[in-house]
Design a protein around this ligand. Sequence first.
Ligand code: WTA
Length: 645
Amino acid sequence: MSKMYEPNKGIFQNPVFKDMDDYKSLVKKFDDDYADTWGELARDNITWQKPFTDVLDESKAPFNKWFKDGKMNVAYECVDKHAKERGDSIAILFEADDGTNIKISYKQLAINVNKTANLFMGEYDIKKGDRVVLYMPMILEAIYSMLACAKIGAIHSIVFGGFSSQALRDRIIDAKARLVVTADGAYRKGKPYMLKPAVDEAMKSGCETVQNVCVVRRNFETIQTEPKDSFYDEHIQKQSEKLETVWHDSEDPLFLLYTSGSTGQPKGVQHNMAGYILWAKLTMGWVFDNRPEDTFWCTADIGWITGHTYIVYGPLANGTTTVVFEGVPTYPDAGRCWKMVEQHGINQFYTAPTAIRMLHKTGQDEPKKYDTSSLRVLGTVGEPIDPPAWKWYYEVVGQSRCSIVDTWWQTETGGHMVSPIASCTPIKPGCATLALPGISAQIIETDGEPTPIGEKGYLCITKPWPSQIRTIWGDDKRFVKAYFGDCKIHGKPVYFSGDGAMIDESGYITITGRTDDVINVSGHRIGTAEIEASIKYSGHVAASAVVGKPHEIKGEGIFAFIVLKDEGSISKDDLKLELNKILKADIGAIALLDDIIIVPDLPKTRSGKIMRRILRSIVKGEAITQDTSTLEDANIVGIIENLCK
Ligand code: WTA
């Protein structure tokens, strides 16, 4: 068993959880009285304009309702409340690519959110329930736009800026968005880059629901102006700084965020207001030991769930200072993050294993050049962290003083699920440790039997929790099938995460990775079916199968097995170039293939199903343990193995 590291109690003053007894007693409280315990937390942590009548209504499970009939407002919770109580405290610390800083107090944030909300309502006629797509860089206006939507009850759907115009168009169409907010572009590594041209391209067909495109000018590069365009800066000045809070129902939708699943079509994961914000706020305090006087930095992009929950909603609900960073961690050099930690006195730093591996590789000793003593907690998310990266993070970045929280969660869970609590949980490298209080994580077989200790099983959440995905936008049936179709306990479907995991003698959970056709590149989820659907656009390809291949920095890289229509019609290198051009246009740069191999056929069952598990074993160089007797042609396995050598 690997070494356990006890939390450094001296650095946590008066934490929510002083020790594991505190953790156990809250877990017990949930066991004894599940709904009442959630109800108490919701009453204590959210301002209710009208109290809820029921904590949890499971009568239409899995379409559960939390805090029914309660009235609240997420933007009030994140902004106005703090603006009233401690308006001069800094809400957002923006650091631009070039190192310039802008500090926005809660009072100023309230004004900017109100003005943006008034702009959306007045100029663009946005009403409660309308969908607003944000295709934005990491700039202040992106955060104002999110919170403006929350304040008026419009539903934002952020599309990561790395997605292509085609991917953006698909998401605009699926959400039937009325407004798109974008920017000319922004800066990365000292150079301007563009976003607006992708919006122009997307808008060329099929986006008729969009009435307006609001453009924030950030890099002032030349852009084309289309009839639906108008500029944020030309309208924002004249907006009123005041906007009365309208109170929304607990279960009104807050946002959609599209993510990949095991079919070709991305899923619009829907989160609703009260449950989401409650868990975002609680996990900030519990997991990170974050307090209002702290400065918290999550390096994610707001285009991903980590950015939603731990750059915007969680930190602001907790009243802390959140860092919003436009640039990249390695520019101008691999010391950028640690320089920022020193300069801003950052207390909690949250990033992905890919970034940790990259910073370890390119700047092993960089952290030592800066005073990083303000740090108490270091977080990681998105993919399993390997022990060498963990050790460097712990010993060099954290100087063996900070807690590392390896947080397991998903777009669908809204916030952390299995994670150490910085102030009390003894940690183990590469291990997400224990389910948080209130979260019933279990590792089971598909029939609900617990998986034996030390063996891989399916990671399921057996009870509803407040920040749970409510549905897939416009597709209730798919929601039920995607999450409640695979695992059952006593015949009752339970939420299946798509991840495999193992439990040890002490109940600690280690995540072993996706068990479905989703790969995790640099912590970004990509469905193999989406990639295969794009590859079909090549005239050379008869069939393809895409799998994840272990990658030193990215965790997993994308590897494609290709069967050509005409053998010898194109070289491997030319085909790879062609496919990557297609993928870049169809999905975006995050979907580029690392490598391909041309094969005579794929391992298929007699019914025509591709046995991807065999291909996964081949790229990992593992022995084939799967039963190959059901294959149409078992010889193909050996042929592909030889080609991959
Ligand atoms: C993976 C990101 C190992 C997992 C918040 C999950 C992790 C997917 C961890 C969700 C972790 C997330 N250790 N794997 N600590 N955290 N994952 O929706 O496979 O972008 O299902 O949400 O990332 O990715 P998503």
